[in-house]
Write a protein that binds this ligand. Structure first.
Ligand SMILES: Cc1cc2nc3c(=O)[nH]c(=O)nc-3n(C[C@H](O)[C@H](O)[C@H](O)COP(=O)(O)OP(=O)(O)OC[C@H]3O[C@@H](n4cnc5c(N)ncnc54)[C@H](O)[C@@H]3O)c2cc1C
Length: 606
């Protein structure tokens, strides 16, 4: 692979760095290096959400001569990513436009998010980035509702003993002391070492069959990310690090302690470590080798400084910019309002795609290759979430004492999550949590009011045939913020969105299901149909972009012709090897350094 080694500094007035290979790695792509590169002539991409758009972008970058066609069923692109400026009809505010997010609202930083940074750099979005620093109130103040009050969680840094005391008396930490006995509890029996189990069962088993920590703390966090049920979601897929520590050492805490000794050479050098899979390690290596990033992007979105970020016009801006960029390319065609209804392999090993295209010659088309980003319920069922955006021109709408202080000037924080253990009387609407958007995503509006998003439903609505309508959603959201935050005034804006089947659930047995689905698809389409998207690569926007990036990388050098079970799912066919390596803060530092650090890594279980 060619190294870019600062080549781009010749093209750009900005100081740029090529992120060079500084880490030793085994290269699963090497088998292709001796082959002649071969390019597909035509590629279809199913779905115009962030996975489909970023797949098209990264593939077009690597295959500039290939004709790429994106099929999107709806009129607009972006899938669940949707931001909108809504006019505030209040004379005194002169028609101000408030930015509302109906789906995702923030992106996290981290070493595995390098492909998102590459997009931001390529699309010239850096100046529109709006960050929330690690020091900001939104990063420091996060709450859990328990049992009927908001309890602030500790943030990194020196311990705040008063806060810890409040936390203790709230009862939220019930069951935590059983953690002390965790190293003395038996691990999984030898014949069940690879057996998956639910998150609730895993956590409770490590804590002596005590479900309180799972119900109070873990369920709240999982509500915030998956809107899912910890009694159904897979521990192996969602908590792979601690699941593997137990697998290798019989105890999570003992595993951590043994690994600290194993990587003493690193810890002595002040490098903090974490458990890493071989796949993630290779991925980080490849990304560092492959990317050509403006230093300013790395600095602005550094994991040390920035916790989360969005863009001036919300996350939609990433979609809009991607769409503009793709429309500018002569080899990319975007078909909206065109639903893919069928696809199969013909006798020439090409994919015949049938769609709802209005033109008869567009309805049936043939492609050398296709990438599907469409939902796949056979690997992961999905839950339905309702988001209700509320805006109050009064910046002090939340009663401050509910947040544990009286200082009116103090920021409110990120928001709160509601664990499954909260009594039905406190949460009859079955809300998952409330985001304080006015703090969580700052500097987006010209006026400062109280901007909230109430998240409802998720696994609580599993099996429902009908969902609340807009009026009911509004009423439910208003009663939640009245009960929990003391807001009695009417909102100046309210927007209700129902997202049916929006968040895939990686339930117990997920990885096995993906592998068998991967084999089925590889056999059926002889490797000509690859898959990516939130049903496979993780449920966050960064995961979707990384999945698209790695898929495009795997397709290079004839990889797209390979009919083994790669098809965008290489992660699931990984060796399963885990070890202790530098954490993302340490790795990020290597992106800026001039020396090539050497790492002695300790394999798990040795
Ligand atoms: C309420 C909510 C809040 C979230 N918050 C965050 C957050 O804060 N941070 C974060 O990182 N992530 C968040 N997420 C997750 C994130 O939004 C998703 O992971 C991501 O948008 C998924 O993108 P995708 O392209 O894989 O799928 P989708 O967005 O579902 O895109 C799939 C596309 O395929 C189209 N399609 C479907 N069927 C067909 C067909 N037959 N033919 C053609 N087209 C078809 C759909 O119309 C859609 O446009 C949130 C999600 C939700 C719902």
């Amino acid at each position: 692979m060619v190294l870019k080694r600062h080549a781009s500094s010749l093209e750009s007035p900005f100081k740029r760095t090529s992120v060079r290979p500084r880490l030793p790695s085994r290269c699963p792509l090497c088998s292709y290096s001796t082959r002649m590169p071969r390019e597909p002539k035509t590629i279809a991409i199913f779905g115009g959400g962030i996975s489909g758009l970023s797949s098209a972008y990264f593939i077009a970058k690597r295959f500039p001569n290939t004709k790429i066609t994106i099929y999107e069923a709806k009129e607009r692109l972006g899938g669940w990513m949707q931001s909108q400026r809504v006019v505030l009809n209040k004379d005194s505010l002169n028609g101000q436009r408030i930015l509302l997010e109906y789906g995702p609202r923030t992106l996290r930083t981290g070493i595995l998010t390098l492909p998102t940074l590459q997009l931001i750099d390529d699309l010239g979005l850096l100046d529109d980035v709006r960050t929330t620093s690690r020091e900001a109130a939104a990063s420091q103040s996060r709450y859990i509702l328990y049992p009927r009050n908001l309890v602030r969680l500790p943030s990194p840094g020196p311990p705040d003993f008063l806060l810890l005391w409040h936390l203790w008396v709230s009862g939220l930490l019930k069951g935590i002391p059983t953690l002390l006995m965790e190293p003395f509890r038996k691990g999984r029996p030898e014949d069940q070492r690879d057996k998956d189990e639910s998150i609730a069962d895993f956590v409770a088993r490590r804590l002596g069959r005590d479900y309180r920590v799972a119900d109070n703390l873990v369920s709240a966090v999982i509500h915030g990310i998956y809107a899912g049920d910890i009694y159904k979601l897979s521990a192996k897929a969602i908590l792979p690090q601690i699941w593997h520590l137990e697998r290798y050492y019989g105890s999570v805490l003992e595993g951590l302690a043994r690994l600290r000794v194993g990587v003493k050479e690193l810890t002595d050098r002040g490098i903090f470590c974490t458990a890493l899979s071989r796949y993630d390690w290779d991925t980080i290596n490849h990304m560092m080798r492959d990317m050509d990033l403006d230093l300013r992007v790395l600095e602005r979105l550094s994991v040390r400084e920035t916790a989360t970020y969005t863009f001036k016009e919300g996350l939609q801006q990433l979609v809009t910019r991607l769409e503009d960029e793709l429309r500018r390319k002569e080899n990319v065609e975007i078909l909206t309002q065109t639903r893919v209804s069928d696809y199969h392999l013909n006798a020439n090993n090409q994919l015949e795609v049938t769609s709802s295209s209005k033109t008869s010659n567009g309805r049936n088309r043939t492609f050398d290759f296709a990438v599907s980003t469409l939902p796949n319920p056979s690997v992961a069922p999905a839950v339905t979430v309702m988001t209700v955006n509320l805006y109050y021109t009064n910046p002090q709408a939340i009663e401050k004492w509910r947040l544990g202080y009286t200082d009116r000037e103090k920021s409110d924080g990120f928001g709160y999550l509601i664990p499954r253990s909260v009594d039905l009387k406190e949460n009859p609407e079955r809300a998952l949590g409330v985001v304080f958007d006015h703090d969580a995503t700052q500097n987006l509006d010209q006026v400062r009011g109280t901007k909230l998003t109430v998240m409802l439903g998720g696994h609580w609505w599993d099996g429902w045939r009908e969902f609340p309508d807009e009026k009911e959603g509004e009423t439910m959201a208003k009663s939640i913020v009245k009960r929990h935050l003391g807001i009695t005034e009417e909102p100046d804006l309210c927007h209700v969105s129902l997202h049916e089947n929006c968040i895939p659930q990686y339930t117990v047995g997920y990885e096995d299901r993906v592998r068998s689905e991967g084999s089925r698809l590889a056999d059926l389409y002889k490797g000509r149909l690859w898959v990516t998207g939130n049903h496979y690569n993780g449920v966050g926007v960064n995961d979707c972009i990384r999945g698209a990036y790695l898929l495009a990388q795997d397709m290079e050098n004839g990889g797209w012709l390979d009919d083994n079970h790669r098809i965008g799912l290489r992660k699931f066919y990984d060796s399963g090897e885990w070890f202790m390596g530098p954490n993302q803060f340490a790795l990020e530092r290597t992106l800026f350094g001039s020396e090539l650090p050497k790492y002695e890594l300790a394999s798990l279980g040795q």
